[in-house]
Design a protein around this ligand. Sequence first.
Ligand code: ZN
Length: 337
Amino acid sequence: MWRETTKHERNKKLFEEEIAEFLPARILDFHVHILNAGVIPGGSTFSCAGHPIDQYELKDLEQDLAELYPGRETAAVCFGFPEVAYDRDSNNAYLAGACDHWRFFPFRLFDPMEDTTERLRKELMEGRFLGIKPYPDYVRKADINAVEIPEMLPERAMEVVNELGLIVMLHIPRKGRLADELNQRQLVELCTKYPNAKIVMAHVGRAYFLKNAVGHLDKLRELTNLYVDLAMLNHWEVLEYLFLHFLHNRIVYGTDIPIGLAPGKSVEINDQYTYVTPVPWALSISDDHRKLVFTSFLYEELRAIKKAVARLGLPRSFVEDIFWNNGMALLHKAAPK
Ligand SMILES: [Zn+2]
């Protein structure tokens, strides 16, 4: 079993010794991918940090949430897997039907090449989606690093999102990530032109190493409709910087489950980052010599959050807010009135 939860004795020990006391009673994960059976073309699989899966449904999530956070009340924001070759319609329809809007909240995958404005509006309303999930790959450029935010989120789509007051779960493009000047400019334009939309920068704008965050988060803090999620952030220095320089009520916990369940850690090396995993993965350096015993990215993230909170002496209310209240308030703002 590759999923690193308290089902493994060593994780149970880690949870009890390092995490249990820190973790609040209620946990909302704002960044979860769900993949119903049949979405991936027959015979192929998705690599969860080196572990192939062909589905990850809500029942799997329910089981993992119970085993990750024993005794806690849990909830999640759920969207599909943004892969061009996958069956996006089936993935969206599954989430619209399966999410109860009480514990599980659906976002809709958005494809700028194939979604017409009419269809987007109709499905967002009928499926009671609270947000959209665009992705650089949907722009279908030969060079993925050449994709720009307005290509992922064309005006016609943003007008619908703005009108309905929905959330955008944004994986920012380009090699420079959060530090990229064009990204910075286009984020300001996006947030100011569509003030009724709520923009969540996934993975703190993908700033997984400190230099990418320093001096770049600060400029964005005045945007009142810009949020960040913490998914896959394993780096306490980045988190400490974020907690010092960004508005606290616009930070939400997220994990990138099911990827976050896999064994591994993201590490900074010489102003860059990589993942280290026990098994080979396209995005990682792997432990070919079997030197290490790993826990999940998710527990590494919790360790890093805990360390940053402790170093800054942040109050209990801060922890309860990022793990639940901030995200729930954001979902409430996006819910149809
Ligand atoms: Zn993700």
